[in-house]
Design a protein around this ligand. Structure first.
Ligand code: S3P
Length: 426
């Protein structure tokens, strides 16, 4: 296992960053949705990280022709073909859950697997509703745990209300609906990120969205190909937003980032905590795209209990800002954190305690009392966002983080950017 030592900094920094890694959610979808199109999908700035490269490789195993000139990835679909390969999603829940939706209606038999962490994550949230419309999916614990096997089948139209606000569940069901036998309705308890709806509509699919309800019409012919430059990932950018927010005298400007409202809620919370944040819209294609500037200001405690699906991935990093804020911050309604790449309630709370920060754990969240962060030896538990969050905390006090390879799943140039503001030993 590789570890990294990050050194504290004694004065503020100014960072202008146009090379935050590309958006992971959108990159996964680009590769998968290209399979539903006729013609060549052209994808610039595809995220070249482990999770999304695994998805791209799977799309290749399923028969798509993929060429890559180093800048643009071109995908030409030849429908979905049965393969002798085991489809390895690596660490990615998004990969596995969306492929369940895509492959449930394909002709043939498919096996999806993943790494030791993914094989522990719940899949019933997609396998159960997919089975209820005719999909033939199975796995350990009655279809809850990977490896999963899928035999493509005819899918019935559905009217499904999900108990969890999850873009992965919604996307899997939308993909199934596109190849079902009638108009489908999907409802969720809170709006989750909406890249699938935006991108599929952009490709010509018929989806009607009414608040928390989405109606999906089956496709009669292949969709139009994608032509997209993937924006920077706002969740990755957020690590550097927190860096600027906790080091007096600092500012960061991230450019070319998605400003999709279902993705920038954590920036809004940081703003509520006192940081100075401005947003500038520069482009609109599939998604609103622009820049975000974050400037240091003393932080105060905050209560986070709404729009959780819009900031679930940023909560570990936000917890570092809470540890540096004045007062007791509270996160509630975030039980989903328990089934992410690690149990993030446990891993964040345990690691904050090691850093001398007072916390209290709830089943659906935690409290963080701001204080003096102390240098500690942190275990990432194989979770990329936990690793990056505590590396950012190290800007205040120095930190050693064990098991940092996981950062390659989403943000391969994280250390390169971090070393523009401090010294890092790996
Ligand atoms: C994702 C949705 C979110 C998020 C994950 C990516 C997606 O998960 O946490 O990192 O691309 O659809 P859920 O939809 O399960 O909450």
């Amino acid at each position: 296992m590789i570890s990294a030592i990050v050194h504290s900094i004694s004065k503020g920094f100014e960072l202008v960053c146009a090379d935050i890694a590309a958006d992971k959610s959108i990159s996964h979808r680009c590769a998968m949705f290209a399979v539903l199109a006729q013609g060549e999908s052209k994808i610039e700035n595809f995220l070249r990280a482990e999770d999304t490269l695994n998805t791209l490789k799977i799309v290749g195993h399923l028969g798509a022709e993929i060429t890559d000139d180093g800048e643009t990835i071109t995908i030409r679909s030849r429908g979905i073909q049965e393969t002798s390969e085991i489809l390895d999603c690596g660490n990615s829940g998004t990969g596995m859950r969306l492929f369940c939706g895509l492959l449930s209606s394909a002709q043939g038999h498919f096996i999806l697997t993943g790494d030791e962490y993914l094989k522990r994550r719940p899949m019933k949230r997609v396998t159960q509703p997919l089975r209820s419309i005719g999909a033939q999916l199975d796995g350990r614990q009655n279809g809850d745990l990977a490896p999963l096997s899928i035999r493509g089948a005819s899918l019935r139209a559905f009217d499904y209300t999900s108990s969890v606000a999850s873009a992965q569940v919604k996307s899997a069901m939308i993909l199934a609906a596109l190849r079902s036998d009638g108009v489908c309705t999907f409802r969720e308890p809170e709006l989750s990120r909406d890249h699938t709806e935006r991108m599929l509509r952009g490709m010509g699919a018929h989806l009607e969205i009414n608040g928390l309800e989405t109606k999906i019409w089956p496709i009669k012919k292949p969709l139009s190909p994608l032509s997209i430059r993937v924006p920077a990932d706002s969740s990755s950018a957020f690590f550097f937003a927190v860096a600027a927010a906790i080091v007096p005298g600092s500012s960061v400007l991230v450019e070319g980032v998605t400003l999709n409202p279902t993705r920038i809620e954590a920036f809004k919370v940081l703003e509520r905590m006192g940081a100075k944040i401005t947003y500038k819209l520069t482009d609109e294609k599939y998604e609103p795209i622009g820049s975000i500037r974050v400037e240091y200001a003393p932080l105060h405690a905050v209560l986070v209990e709404e729009n959780i699906a819009w900031l679930i991935d940023e909560l570990p990093a936000l917890s570092i800002a809470m540890a540096c804020a004045n007062g007791k911050s509270i996160i509630k309604n975030a039980e989903e954190l328990r089934v992410k790449e690690s149990d993030r309630i446990r891993t964040v709370v345990d690691n904050l305690n090691l850093c001398g920060i007072e916390t209290e754990e709830y089943q659906d969240g935690y409290e963080v009392t701001g204080g003096q962060l102390k240098t500690a030896y942190i275990n990432s538990h194989g979770d990329h966002r936990v690793a990056m969050s505590f590396l950012i905390a190290g800007l205040r006090c120095g930190m050693e983080i064990e098991d940092i390879e996981c950062i390659n799943t989403s943000f391969p140039n994280f250390f390169e950017i971090l070393s523009r503001i401090t010294k890092v030993d790996i």
